[in-house]
Design a binder for this molecule. Structure first.
Ligand SMILES: [Mn+2]
Length: 343
């Protein structure tokens, strides 16, 4: 063990440098993939960024430990390889996927943390790579999608949003930022217009009717669970793909790309209990995995985040973190399949 007074420069370097001031980072990268500085991302790569931020949680905190849990929730070797059993591709080596560690979060200070997130995400996008942010609570969708929109142009990207909740609150206890408000902030700022939104999986008892009326005015397309059950998920996703890649209602040109925001609470808490605001009656794990892979294949994904994994509620046996780990792999598998089909 190193002495307290030993010169730190004499110590062995850490095996994985998270790059974070306030680190809740994992000891290893996602599935053992190579580490890459976020400002050295290469065009076409998918760059994983941890955002250990949960100061926007309205109920149960703990998503600051999500990036660590998602990176470590895996029983396979951390060898940087994950050949998909049926797709015939290995997304990690083919895209490739690299891990830039955790974005510096300023504990307890929401706005400086969100500024850092937007800056890192924008840097990755501006290098021609695809940022994939592991949250963190859903507050981070605002800087995540804003950072991508700053590169591609405000108003020019679509957003497909999986969630039990619309996250379109006007405010959270009088404040602008929280995990119930990011989608409203994105529409208000112009980063993502309401008509370019598709939401999938909404249910329960929030938001209130006046917020739903505002969403309708913005021409958001929101699929509630009742509609998904009645019409079938395949039909709904057919429409979602057409909506996200088609022209706007007043003849606006199609979006140049799609930001995918996955709140793990879209899945039923029976299969994904490790989350801040569990709402019964959601999608199955299988449905989410198949759908994110399909969206990776059928849409031009320019950025993504995966939020609200809170590992301290994740019983039994890290099942939610394991699902989130596989959501990353299925999405990147779909993106790889799309690239192969086009080359
Ligand atoms: Mn959410």
């Amino acid at each position: 063990m190193a002495s307290l007074t030993e010169d730190p420069d004499d110590r062995d370097p850490a095996p994985f440098a998270p790059g974070s001031g306030e680190s809740f980072g994992a000891r290893g990268s996602f599935c053992g993939i190579p580490h890459r500085r976020h400002d050295e991302a290469e065009p076409g790569e998918v760059v994983i960024l941890g955002a250990p931020f949960d100061w926007g949680a309205s109920h149960r905190p703990g998503a600051r430990f999500g990036p660590k849990a998602i990176r470590e929730a895996d029983y396979l070797e951390p060898d940087g390889r994950r050949p998909h059993l049926t797709a015939g591709v290995d997304p990690l080596t083919e895209l490739p996927v690299v891990d830039a560690g955790d974005i510096p979060i300023v504990g307890g200070y929401i706005e400086p943390s969100l500024e850092n997130i937007e800056s890192w995400v924008h840097t990755v996008a501006s290098r021609g790579a695809i940022p994939l942010v592991l949250g963190g609570d859903h507050t981070i969708a605002f800087p995540d999608a804003t950072g991508v929109a700053r590169h591609h142009g405000f108003g020019s990207i679509a957003l497909v949003h999986f969630d039990a909740h619309a996250d379109t609150g006007e405010d959270q206890w009088g404040q602008l930022h929280g995990h119930g408000t990011p989608m409203r902030r994105l529409i208000e700022s112009g980063a993502v217009p309401g008509f370019r939104f598709v939401q999938i999986g909404l249910r329960g008892y929030w938001p209130p009717p006046e917020t739903v009326a505002w969403m309708r005015e913005q021409r958001m397309r929101s699929y509630v669970m009742e509609e998904i059950v009645e019409r079938g998920l395949t039909t709904v996703v057919d429409e979602a793909v057409a909506h996200a890649s088609g022209p706007g209602p007043d003849g606006e040109p199609p979006a140049v790309g799609v930001f995918l925001s996955v709140d793990i609470d879209v899945v039923d808490p029976g299969m994904a209990p490790g989350t801040g605001t569990p709402e019964p009656g959601g999608l199955t794990s299988r449905q989410l995995l198949d759908t994110v892979r399909r969206l990776g294949r059928e849409l031009e994904i320019v950025g993504a985040d995966l939020v609200e994994v809170a590992p301290h509620y994740d019983q039994p046996m890290d099942i939610t973190a394991a699902l989130a780990n596989r959501v990353v792999l299925e999405l990147t598998t779909g993106i790889t399949e799309r690239r192969r089909a086009r080359s």
